[in-house]
Design a protein around this ligand. Structure first.
Ligand code: SF4
Length: 424
């Protein structure tokens, strides 16, 4: 009886959904190592392309087996991949390594599920899009991976996932490395080496991918606490979600990126405890900063200075009791975060940086506030530096254009300072 019962609970345990069983969280150090090795391994695409060229040049049966082997060896030696021990399956090994590296980068930087990554079609025109989105008077380039998901509708449906440019490198590497499969009619970016059970060209299976990425960690000896990290496909999604929550991405935006039907599931991915803790911390800090800025007359500049001044006027017109309520209501409109230059009253629809603070443009962005005191010198110095760089990069129009736009922005801030009476 007992045995039967334990067998049953074992089976039940196996079938528990991920919601209850949980996915191990990949430590930051492991994620960093994976990214570094994966970026290096993208170079394998060049070796695979060369091997394909040899096969096209010396196709069987018109060329003797020995001629092809000899040419292949030359290519591998030239590119530093030849080794007596692994000559038998070298192409297969390289393909597995390239697929694993590309998967790690795509999954980690988009949060896509394994099946969504495996449904990416071959060719940048089918799997990548760059769109210029107008945000609050500025234009920002956004990148997306195009694929399908089976999680939101009964049938596989096309969707897009916002991505960072490094994902494009992974897509391009696969396109170069797996051209041989595309040329034989396989439409998938992660092609399977075998044809399907009923014929037809298939994508790599989830099982094969899972096995390959475990090997990836073994090959590169990626360890945590002395043990080789047991990598699984779903860990990337969880890591992505946690990182995004820490960076301050809202739960609705995360739900959209993760393609969750139910927002409750998104909260689990972002870790409800972590999410609640971080939000509470931010809320507290924001309340303090808002009180300091809205409740005072410190001169400010920045794209959002006018809005802040309007808030101040409203605040001054209120009774003491209403002032408290007014201040308490502000953090629920937007939280305040520190940027390099000042403060960001972050509202996603007004964010010129698209949420990436390293692209902050405080002169243009309506979320930006900067205490005016002491800014003039810094701004003038930056302007001079940009002028100097423009001279240096004069043959590179894109860089010159970027620096010019930064100077135009600085000029706006200097203009605001002038109106305020040039606080030093
Ligand atoms: S970080 Fe800068 S550019 Fe981005 S929303 Fe905040 S103030 Fe605007």
């Amino acid at each position: 009886m007992d045995l039967g019962h334990s067998g049953q609970s074992q089976r039940r345990k196996k079938t528990l959904s991920r919601k209850y069983s949980g996915t191990v969280e990949m430590p930051d150090a492991v994620a960093e190592e994976i990214v570094n090795y994966a970026l290096e391994e993208l170079m394998i695409c060049k070796v695979l392309a060369e091997l394909y060229r040899v096969e096209l040049r010396y196709p069987p049966p018109s060329y003797a087996y020995n001629v092809r082997v000899c040419e292949t060896k030359k290519v591998l030696e030239r590119l530093g991949w030849w080794s007596e021990g692994r000559k038998g399956h070298i192409r297969k090994t390289l393909e597995v390594r390239l697929q694993s590296a590309a998967y790690c980068l795509i999954a980690l930087f988009t949060g896509m599920r394994a099946h969504e990554v495996l449904r990416i079609k071959y060719g940048l025109r089918n799997n990548w899009s760059e769109e210029y989105v107008e945000i609050d008077g500025g234009v920002k380039k956004m990148c997306f991976v195009l694929s399908e998901t089976t999680k939101l509708e009964a049938r596989p449906a096309s969707y897009k996932w916002q991505a960072v440019p490094v994902v494009k490198l992974a897509l391009m590497a696969l396109e170069i490395g797996f051209k041989r499969y595309y040329d034989t009619g396989n439409p998938w970016l992660f092609p399977s080496r075998k044809d399907g059970v009923f014929g037809g060209k298939q994508a790599l299976t989830k099982n094969a991918l899972g096995h390959n990425i475990k090997t990836f960690c073994k090959i590169h000896d990626i360890r945590s606490k002395g043990i080789v990290w047991n990598l699984a496909t779903h860990q990337f999604r969880k890591k992505f979600a946690r990182t995004m929550v820490r960076q301050g991405l809202g739960i609705k935006a995360l739900q959209d990126q993760l393609k969750h039907y139910d927002i409750e599931m998104t909260k689990i991915y972002g870790d409800p405890n972590l999410y609640v803790e971080l939000q509470a911390e931010k809320f507290e800090l924001s309340a303090e900063l808002l009180e300091e800025f809205v409740g005072s007359q410190i001169p400010v500049i920045g794209g959002g200075a006018e809005e802040l001044n309007a808030m101040r006027r409203e605040f001054l017109g209120l009774t003491k009791k209403d002032r408290t309520l007014f201040l308490q209501s502000l953090p629920s409109k937007a939280l305040v975060e520190q940027t390099d230059d000042g403060l960001c009253f972050y509202r996603a629809n007004k964010a010129l940086c698209g949420g990436d603070k390293s692209n902050c443009r405080p002169g243009d962005c309506n979320n930006a506030w900067m205490p005016a005191a002491g800014k003039k010198r810094t701004l003038l110095w930056r302007k001079t530096e940009n002028d100097r760089m423009m001279g240096f990069f004069k043959s590179q129009p894109l860089k010159v254009h970027f620096l010019k736009s930064r100077n135009e922005e600085i000029q706006k801030l200097l203009g605001q300072l002038e109106k305020l009476g040039a606080c030093e």
